[in-house]
Design a protein around this ligand. Structure first.
Ligand code: IPE
Ligand code: IPE
Ligand code: MG
Length: 256
């Protein structure tokens, strides 16, 4: 049985305000601002990425504590991020390997299954091997699924899905068979529901090629905090804010 981790005092206090019947099943996060965090402290960008991993731990623990969050998806490295200087890219990959190695125990203890989405074939061999290893060792865990988006881009995902659809579509076949449900099933995310809540840190008002198809009706929560400063209570705050919203999905306000 997974253990219950105590959060920071502030997060524990906020937890009392959370409506247990309206917890998002899937929270996705665009973790942004590591470089700026480091720059503000006259440090190298890699220090920001290192500190960012502590924030990942905070987010995972807070989501786990909310109990009914079954899927947490973290945008960790985009396809466009390969354009960064090679030393930054390799530092990120090494940090990721360290994170996976160190956190495996915590994931197992907390019944968290690790998964990934993205073109992971582009990752360095050692990073990919570690990712696959921990994904395998946590395969039996089922309380929460932690998915890392790595070498991920929403457009590439859609293109890959189109390729799958085309490969399966025999000439002359009835194309009305290709509907939204069928298309969704070809995305990398076929094993998870669409996120109800998307958090982005560092105050940037953009999506940066993340889950373009899946977030059609997702609630957005943009916070100015730079990712390395993200704490467990920020996630709880986002959930409380989400709970105050009315999701209409193009319909009209529900009246009694
Ligand atoms: C997010 O932080 C982490 C990755 C994209 C890997 P950034 O590295 O983008 O930090 P900023 O946005 O430059 O501050
Ligand atoms: C988005 O952040 C990608 C990740 C968090 C992995 P970026 O820093 O790459 O996005 P832009 O360049 O600000 O749009
Ligand atoms: Mg950034």
């Amino acid at each position: 049985m997974a253990k219950v981790e105590r959060l920071s005092d502030r997060a524990e206090e906020l937890l009392k305000e959370v409506n247990r019947d309206k917890i998002p099943r899937h929270i996705a996060i665009i973790m942004d601002g590591n470089g700026r965090w480091a720059k503000k402290r006259y440090l190298r960008r890699v220090s920001g990425h290192r500190k960012g991993l502590e924030a990942v731990r905070q987010a995972v623990r807070a989501a786990k504590r909310l109990d009914k969050v079954r899927f947490l998806t973290l945008y960790a490295f985009s396809i466009e991020n390969w354009k960064r200087p090679p030393n930054e890219v390799s530092a990120i990959m090494t940090l990721l390997e360290d994170y996976l190695c160190k956190e495996e125990r915590e994931m197992l203890d907390n019944d968290i299954r690790l998964r990934y989405i993205g073109r992971i074939e582009d990752l360095p061999e050692s990073t990919r091997a570690e990712l696959l290893r921990v994904a395998k060792s946590t395969e039996h865990c089922e309380s929460m699924m932690l998915t890392l988006a790595l070498s991920y881009s929403g457009r590439a995902e859609i293109v890959d899905a189109v390729r799958k659809v085309v490969a399966e579509t025999i000439e002359g076949k009835d194309h009305s068979m290709i509907d939204e449900e069928c298309f969704s099933s070809k995305l990398y995310t076929d094993f998870m529901p669409e996120p109800e809540l998307l958090i982005r840190t560092s105050g940037e008002m953009r999506i940066s090629n993340f889950m373009l198809w899946q977030i059609a009706y997702t609630e957005l929560f943009i916070h100015p905090v730079l990712w390395p400063d993200f704490k467990d209570y920020h996630l709880i705050e986002a959930v409380i804010d989400y709970q105050k919203r009315e999701r209409r999905f193009g319909g009209i306000e529900q009246v009694e």
